[in-house]
Design a protein around this ligand. Structure first.
Ligand code: DAH
Length: 342
């Protein structure tokens, strides 16, 4: 073993290091040359013991130098590989934080919510306040207090879902009239109560087992049918346009006397009659009337001092009339092709 062996070893190691492309390869080269037991440099020194003293020193020096060269070359190559890895990373994984993200689909307010909010806004501008009531209601509020006593034939119009003989899903928003009178106590009372109602009707194009209503109630001094009709006209014209007309027809509800149905003139033919309004010229919207004295009493209001009017209509029906939709079920189906139109 000689100096020249050492320098041959050095040049072989340096060549291998120069060609190494990864940290893994460098690690292997390090073990191969500098490994304590069987690395080339250790082996170079393995028979140093048998050499004469002068040669011993020379070989030891050469081996140390070889070791230092290889170590320095390894460190330099490592630094090189690191630098190029970082350069690659900067190239391939650059993130431009100012780059706009992929566009997210935007949702929008459901058409029924839109209409409900419009109705609220219009009536709030007239001084009405929004009052909410429970969807699970007692028999008394849903029926009795509204003059719909047990066995009353009109009850059949409100075929309901019962939890127990006394507890049901409310069949209309009218019970909130009673709750509002009881809680507000002192007239004047001007409230509207939007909300979900439930009836045992199988789903069809014109009806569903659940839908939404907006109830209105005014209790004041000397209110007239004219006040009521004017309010309904203002609401309808605000929602549908100034050219629309409102008419009321005599009807029957146990909680109002007199009672009416109210209609809006057809927006397509202007009231003369066309296919869209089935040649009637008018579209039915809801019911209304002057609050029955007994209903006022049930709400804790003295009917000799105060009187009132009330109305109730379906929000889906309003939306159908507004947008010319002929199937109520569409509002509750998750078909974006339909919903995105509004
Ligand atoms: N509650 C009635 C229904 O569900 C609608 C209604 C009619 C409400 C006349 C009223 C009213 O306040 O005065 O069919």
């Amino acid at each position: 073993m000689s100096d020249s062996d050492a320098s041959a070893l050095t040049s072989r190691a340096l060549a291998a290091i120069g060609q190494a492309q990864t940290e893994g390869e460098l690690g292997r080269i390090e073990v191969e040359y500098l490994g304590r037991k069987s690395g080339h440099v250790s082996r170079l020194l393995s028979n140093i013991g048998q050499l004469p003293a002068a040669e011993k020193a020379a070989l030891g020096k050469a081996a140390n130098e070889t070791k230092r060269f290889i170590e320095a070359a390894l460190a330099a190559r490592r630094a090189e590989l690191d630098a190029s890895r970082l350069a690659d990373l900067a190239e391939t994984e650059a993130i431009d934080v100012t780059f706009p993200g992929p566009p997210l689909g935007r949702g929008h307010i459901h058409v029924l919510t839109q209409i409900r909010r419009q109705i609220e806004t219009v009536l709030e501008s007239l001084g009405y306040q929004v009052e909410l009531g429970p969807e699970v209601e007692t028999e008394w509020y849903n029926f009795e207090a509204l003059n719909l006593t047990a066995g009353h034939p009109a009850r059949e119009s409100w075929d309901s879902f019962y939890f127990s003989p006394d507890l049901l899903l409310r069949a209309h928003t009218s019970p909130v009239q009673i709750r509002a009178m009881q809680s507000i106590k002192d007239p004047p009372i001007y409230i509207i109560t939007p909300g979900r109602v439930y009836r045992r009707d199988p789903p069809e194009a014109t009806r569903l087992p659940y839908f939404s209503q907006v109830e209105g109630l005014a209790v004041d001094n000397g209110l007239t049918v004219g006040d009521m009709k004017g309010t309904l006209l203002y609401m309808i014209q605000s929602l549908y346009g100034r050219e629309r007309k409102v008419r009321i027809r005599p009807s029957y509800f146990p909680f109002t006397e007199p009672s009416f149905e109210f209609d809006v003139s057809c927006g397509i033919c202007g009231g003369v009659g066309c296919k869209s309004c089935r040649h009637k010229g008018w579209l039915e919207v809801g019911g209304c009337g002057m609050v029955h004295p007994q209903v006022l009493r049930n709400g804790g209001i003295d009917p000799t001092q105060w009187n009132g009017y009330a109305w109730g209509f379906g929000i889906e029906r309003m939306a159908m009339l507004k947008h010319d939709v002929d199937d109520i079920r569409l509002f509750y189906e998750p078909d974006l092709r339909f919903l995105e139109q509004f």
